[in-house]
Ligand binder design. Structure first.
Ligand SMILES: Cc1cc2nc3c(=O)[nH]c(=O)nc-3n(C[C@H](O)[C@H](O)[C@H](O)COP(=O)(O)OP(=O)(O)OC[C@H]3O[C@@H](n4cnc5c(N)ncnc54)[C@H](O)[C@@H]3O)c2cc1C
Length: 458
């Protein structure tokens, strides 16, 4: 049995930086990875998809060349092999970077293989038993495969297998109208596929505000993406060399015939094959590891970070988990999960930047709020760029004047939202933004203007 000060299972967004901190503090660490270094973000999530979103954006702008004063001879055609090669190069660079980083750490042992708990302080990898008083789980998640009728009769794609696609699907049917599905849907439409998005719920990205969902739907439909909502009972079948996605919709027809199907219906934590029962670590009904405010599980000495704890499904939430654990264990800084403010982006084009509460959450909180909404068409930077879809919406607390939540759907929305997020962390009133001098022409310079239009929240 080999003893370490700390064992880290998984090299997602929290594991490697945590290994580096322990190693730098002269503690011995073992970090274990069963598949690709860097996990989801680097290999099948953020990095490859945003690289492909960039290719899709370039094709989209090229098709609009006439509006900007240039002409392209013939049709804009996308070479999917080259798109994939570019994506592989960007993603591969990050993947190699993570591997080289952890392998280069002093005091750190890197093991490749599947890790499984043997007890609350031992882990088995490739028949080797490792022991530590501190064990950190950063095992992430994978695409959920729902038990829908016909699922085993047809080939289907997930965000992982999409990474190997080097051809243009003639008609891609995306099952799931949420973040992952919308990003893939728009990018493939821009690459040249016919795209239909099938969503069970009454609207796309159902946890967003209704006006955000509707504006996103308009953006996608303007590009020729077909959207079927209220598709409550989805089933799959082979039909004439194609895949029939049967949808029981209020709208007709009841079936969508595509050449390829992408399942984007949520994520499942990688906790079923970890031997958690042997360690006594508790999970909830969906398999997420239950943690306290400092990410410790019900078993003393075992922590869970990243997507597997169900307290975030983003790279930045996983990295923030690392920061909280490192602060508590190494810096005597008692940071907590509950201190963080919700923030994320949907990387369609134009993007949606979000921070704080949604309208529904504000309503539920019962606080007295003010709100303002401003169309991107009146933001000069957006107008100059010819990218005027979307809006800025901000809600503030009527008494404290602190920002409660915001949505910036529009060009630069993923960046500009950070102005509001940082003001929220500073816990200062929104009037601070109105007294700052901002740079022209930017989206952020309009935030004071939007805030001058606050009216009672209904
Ligand atoms: C298509 C897509 C796009 C996304 N885009 C964004 C985005 O733009 N922005 C954003 O913030 N987030 C995005 N996300 C989410 C983001 O990728 C994840 O939240 C992020 O990767 C955090 O993951 P993690 O640290 O929890 O673990 P992961 O990155 O999932 O890594 C877990 C690692 O653990 C390994 N592992 C699992 N079990 C074991 C075991 N038993 N033994 C050894 N190793 C094991 C796995 O092989 C994996 O490498 C996206 C996700 C998807 C699917």
């Amino acid at each position: 049995m080999k003893h370490f000060d700390a064992i880290i299972i998984g090299t997602g967004q929290a594991g490697p930086p945590l290994a580096a901190r322990f190693a730098a503090a002269a503690q011995t660490v073992a970090i274990i990875e069963r598949h690709k270094f860097g996990g989801t973000c680097v290999n099948t999530g953020c990095t490859p998809t945003k690289t492909m979103v960039a290719s899709a954006y370039a094709a989209h702008v090229a098709r609009r060349g006439g509006e900007y004063g240039f002409a392209i001879q013939g049709d804009v055609r996308v070479d999917m092999k080259r798109v994939k090669a570019r994506k592989d190069a960007v993603s591969g660079r990050s993947n190699r970077g993570v591997e080289e980083w952890v392998r280069g750490l002093k005091n750190c042992t890197v093991l490749q293989g599947h890790a499984r708990f043997q007890s609350s302080n031992t882990v088995v990898v490739n028949d080797e038993v490792l022991q530590a008083d501190k064990i950190f789980i950063n095992v992430g998640g994978r695409a959920s495969i729902p038990e829908m009728p016909g699922i085993h009769d047809v080939p289907f794609l997930t965000n992982s297998s999409m990474m190997d696609v080097d051809f243009l699907p003639e008609h891609l049917v995306v099952v799931g109208g949420s973040y992952v599905g919308l990003e893939f849907g728009q990018m493939y439409r821009r690459f040249g596929s016919e795209v239909t998005i099938v969503e069970m719920g009454p609207r796309l990205i159902g946890r967003e505000d209704e006006d955000v969902s509707q504006a996103v739907r308009d953006i996608l439909e303007n590009e020729g993406i077909r959207i079927r909502t209220n598709a409550k009972c989805i089933s799959l079948a082979k039909r004439d060399g194609r895949i029939a996605v049967q949808v029981q919709c209020d709208e007709d027809p009841p079936e969508v015939l595509g050449t390829h199907v992408l399942l984007a219906v949520g994520r499942t934590p990688n906790t079923h094959d970890l031997g958690l029962d042997r360690a006594g670590v508790a999970t909830d009904q969906r398999g997420y590891i239950i943690i306290d405010d400092q990410l410790q599980t019900n078993v003393r000495g075992i922590w869970a970070l990243g997507d597997c704890n169900g307290h975030g499904a983003f790279t930045h939430t996983s990295y923030n988990d690392y920061e909280i654990v490192a602060a508590n264990l190494l810096d005597a800084d008692h940071r907590r999960v509950s201190d963080r403010i919700q923030a994320y982006a949907l990387f369609i084009d134009p993007p949606l930047g979000r921070c704080g509460m949604t309208d529904a959450e504000i309503r539920k909180s019962g606080c007295s709020a003010l709100t303002a909404k401003y169309p991107m068409i009146r933001v000069s930077r957006a107008f100059e760029k010819g990218e005027t879809q979307g809006f800025i919406k901000i809600c503030v607390d009527a008494e404290t004047k602190q920002i409660l939540g915001a949505a910036i759907l529009g060009t630069g929305g993923d960046e500009a939202v950070h102005v509001l997020l940082d003001i929220m962390y500073a816990k200062v009133p929104y009037t601070v933004i109105q007294r700052a001098m901002h740079i022209h022409p930017t989206v952020a310079e309009y935030l004071p203007t939007v805030l001058s239009k606050l009216e009672p929240f209904k």
